[in-house]
Design a protein around this ligand. Structure first.
Ligand code: IMP
Length: 428
């Protein structure tokens, strides 16, 4: 198994963190390839609950080396905070175990401020971003004026580039009614962060290729989800990177010949944070039941923003599309325990738009906004399945639900989870 990619099959928050944590036990290297601290992965290890935004969940396995790939955008100050937090929980985050690509782009306070003013300017058309500066940082990258992590190794050049970036951003911020920044304070803060991060910055492309040539097992950990992909998602209600399989190649600088497994992670119902179409969204009691109260850390409230997630029935139109875009070899279906107690369960199998039937999502927002879900109904189950270990001990209705989903998206379901803990999973 040279390399596996783990990818969210919906709108993010599918439970990829726990899946990556499980797969990391068998990996030598775990590498993130897209996004930044907009991601939020919750991993439960015994009594400890880790909320990770940037550091790959592989860090929780002592033998694993973790990589932040060139496709990412990294906020150095937030990264250091997260490193300090997990270090305080007893995890080794030394440069021998954690490497940042010299080609990854940096998020600065200018990007964070610009994210805010841009969302405000959009009014009720706002994307509902995580306000972490992700979009503006990728805009600077593609506009060829971003600052890369490797520049932190040459402090004078770095300070000058950062100072100039803040000054330029201030012009836009002032024009759009945002709060301007003091370039000197920002530069001093970032110089401090740079001096702490310098030992971690390496050419991760060379490192990963050397590891793969030696036969090391690399796990490429996706963030966000297929429907948030800049190309394949519900544009413009998407993030600014490529969380899909292709993004793993460009975001790490490795070739497809090393990949032998592309695992999709899908939740057994739909959730979405932020704006954008969601044809199976449920309001009222059913939606609230899927969401949970927020008392448990695995309830449907954003790990990064705390926002309640929109919830709805499983949408196989989305899963089928994600399986095609990413070429899933198999699916990991999460949170089956949450469906216990529903008398019946609905699954959207197609959309109806202007009288036409669609088995894959249409490309335009206007069409998607008119989409009506076509459902099939399956019997529910009442049993608590959270302690079941073997698929044969599951209620017949649970097995039938899983099999139906696999059949509808023509992708085998290899594993399901029935709770947030490491051992609450069942192989199919
Ligand atoms: P951004 O990535 O902060 O620019 O946000 C763009 C869209 O992606 C918004 O709808 C966010 O709610 C969504 N998003 C970004 N990261 C995540 C994530 O990790 N999980 C779920 N949604 C996300």
């Amino acid at each position: 198994m040279p390399a596996t990619i783990v990818i969210g099959a919906q709108w993010g928050d599918e439970g990829k963190g726990r899946v990556a944590d499980w797969l990391a036990a068998e990996a030598d290297v775990v590498a993130r390839y897209a996004g930044g601290d907009n991601a939020g992965h919750t991993v439960v290890v015994g009594e400890k609950v880790f909320k990770l935004h940037l550091v790959p969940s592989g860090i929780l396995h002592d033998h694993v080396v973790c990589v932040l790939g060139n496709g990412m955008v990294v906020n150095p100050v937030n990264l250091l905070k997260e490193m300090d937090q997990i270090r305080a929980m007893g995890v080794d985050v030394s440069p021998e175990r954690f490497i940042i690509s010299s080609r990854a782009h940096l998020i600065t306070p200018a990007h964070v401020a610009l994210d805010s003013v841009s969302e405000k300017a959009l009014g009720n058309q706002a994307i509902g971003t995580t306000l972490r500066g992700i979009g503006p940082a990728y805009m600077d990258k593609t506009g060829r004026k971003g600052i890369r992590a490797g520049q932190m190794l040459r402090v004078e050049d770095f300070a000058e580039a950062l100072y100039n970036m803040i000054e330029q951003a201030n012009v836009t911020l002032a024009r759009q009614g945002g709060v301007t920044l003091d370039p000197k304070t920002v530069t001093l803060d970032y110089l401090d962060a740079a001096s702490r991060l310098q030992p971690y910055i390496k050419d991760t492309t060379v490192y990963l290729n050397q590891q793969l040539q030696k036969g090391a097992r690399v796990l490429c950990e996706g963030a966000q989800g297929t429907l948030l992909d800049i190309d394949h998602g519900d544009y413009p209600f998407v993030t600014s990177s490529s969380p899909t399989a292709g993004g793993a190649m460009t975001g790490l600088g490795i070739g497809p010949r090393y990949i032998d497994k592309v695992m999709g992670v899908g939740k057994c119902f739909s959730t979405r944070v932020g704006s954008g179409p969601m044809p199976t969204e449920l309001e009222g009691e059913l939606g609230n039941r899927l969401r949970g109260t927020g008392e448990n850390h695995w309830d449907e409230f954003g790990t990064t923003t705390g926002r309640p997630r929109r919830c709805g029935w499983l949408d196989v139109v989305v899963l089928r599309y994600a399986a095609a875009v990413n070429g899933f070899t198999d699916l990991f279906l999460t949170k089956l325990d949450v469906l216990s107690g529903f008398e019946e369960l609905k699954i959207a199998v197609a959309y109806k738009i202007d009288g036409q039937r669609y088995e894959y999502p249409p490309a335009t927002l206007a069409e998607l906004e008119r989409a009506e879900a076509e459902y099939i109904t399956l019997p529910g189950w009442s049993e608590d399945i959270s302690r079941v270990k073997d698929k044969h001990d599951l209620p017949e209705a649970t097995r039938a639900y899983v099999q139906k989903v696999a059949e509808l998206c023509q992708t085998p379901i290899s594993t399901i989870s029935v709770g947030p803990e490491r051992d609450q999973l069942i192989h199919f």
